[in-house]
Write a protein that binds this ligand. Structure first.
Ligand code: 5PR
Length: 370
């Protein structure tokens, strides 16, 4: 396994629990995650449950009462998402939960170990010159995947015009309530302003104490996308968020442009790609990590069912069955990002909720329903 992120740890833990001997090579000197907060939906909550990590995950995470959308501070919708499982949390909480599950399952996780590439017949090379062999090699090494690039799998990359800077700050509920007393400040609130200037703040409580805020602006807006953030600009547009914006302005921040990558194939021989290495997507539907964990699980099941000699065919069949869901969530997320249509509210209806509702752990998920 190359990559100790959400995709890699999930696949590694699943495989180890199914009897495999698994080694994860993470190039970073320390095991950790970038970023601030995350929404985890049913599709990946089902996987986390199979990894035995639900109890850990539920601590220090929450399900907000509603997913609210505002335009110019006027409420467009408050979606209670009844019957849909979803949790918000910090990215470090999800990461620690998965790392703990991996270690409990007996996965060997090596930090500071960088994979340079792999071959379809199962050979791995490392940047320090070492080599190894495996029955299955998984490239879960992110959008810049060295495993993918070493196989020269053709890739299409599309960049969107918008991007985002993400922060984890204290909740400051009392201070926010002082500014807007009618609001409980427990909902996710997606604050959009399109006119006269495109600026958006996604407000996501991550637990009792921590708030995830994501500040979106077009890449072409130099002041809107500047880091550290331009506090006067953001406070002028979102005065109701002044206390938490002030916290965000104290940290350096990093602006990420949205992009979508699509591969000609997710597999080559004994090598499979998962997560951003295979299918980076726009964050609109909050399914980048979710789709990664979903595909990590289904890959582990498919590989376990196959004998070593059948691995290449089993991986192809896995892609054939599972890829359409990911292609659709990528398309839908990109469409939402490109049109900014989430600003109209009612974000999670129809096709936009398909992936969140998917259960990748249901063995009968591909049988035709009568
Ligand atoms: N949802 C979430 C999120 O983090 C982002 C978006 C939607 C949870 C941005 O990172 O629309 O961009 C979005």
């Amino acid at each position: 396994m190359s990559g100790g992120g959400f995709a890699g740890l999930t696949a590694a833990t699943a495989l180890a629990r199914m009897g495999w001997s698994v080694r994860v090579h993470e190039r970073a000197p320390e095991l950790r995650t970038e970023g601030a907060g995350i929404v985890v939906w049913n599709n990946s909550l089902q996987v986390i449950d199979k990894l035995g990590a639900t109890h850990d995950l539920m601590s220090r995470s929450m399900t907000p009462p509603a997913y609210e959308t505002r335009m110019n501070n006027v409420i467009q919708s408050q979606e209670t998402l009844d019957g849909i499982s979803w949790r918000t949390m910090t990215r470090s909480h999800l990461f620690e939960t998965l790392l703990c599950a991996a270690r409990e399952a007996g996965v060997q996780v090596l930090a500071g170990s960088e994979v340079a590439g792999a071959t379809p017949d199962g050979k791995i090379s490392f940047t320090n010159g070492d080599t190894a062999e495996a029955d299955l090699i998984i490239g879960a090494d992110g959008v810049g995947s060295a495993v993918r690039d070493s196989l020269e799998i053709p890739l299409k990359r599309e960049r969107s015009r918008d991007g985002i800077t993400r922060f984890l700050v204290p909740r400051r509920k009392a201070e926010l309530q002082a500014l807007e007393p009618d609001t409980e400040w427990d909902n996710v609130i997606d604050f959009w302003n399109l006119d006269p200037r495109v600026l958006r703040v996604l407000y996501t409580p991550a637990n009792e104490d921590e708030l995830y805020i994501a500040l979106m602006s077009p890449a072409a807006d130099a002041d809107g996308s500047r880091v550290p953030i331009d506090l006067d600009l953001w406070t002028a547009v979102f005065p109701q968020l002044a206390p938490v914006l002030a916290d965000a302005a104290k940290t350096p921040g990093k602006y990420y442009g949205y992009q979508t990558t699509r591969l000609e194939s997710w597999t080559d021989g004994k090598v499979a790609l998962i997560g951003d290495a295979a299918h980076a997507m726009c964050p609109a539907l909050a399914q980048g990590a979710g789709a990664a964990m979903q595909n990590a699980w289904t890959l582990a099941v498919a590989a376990t069912a196959a004998g070593a000699a059948e691995m290449p065919e089993a991986l192809k069949e896995w892609e054939r069955l599972e890829r359409p869901f990911t292609d659709r969530v990528q398309d839908r997320s990109q469409q939402y990002a490109d049109t900014r249509a989430m600003s109209q509210g009612n974000q999670f209806v129809g096709d936009s909720i398909e992936t969140a509702l998917y259960n990748p752990t249901d063995p009968n998920r591909h049988t035709v329903k009568a």
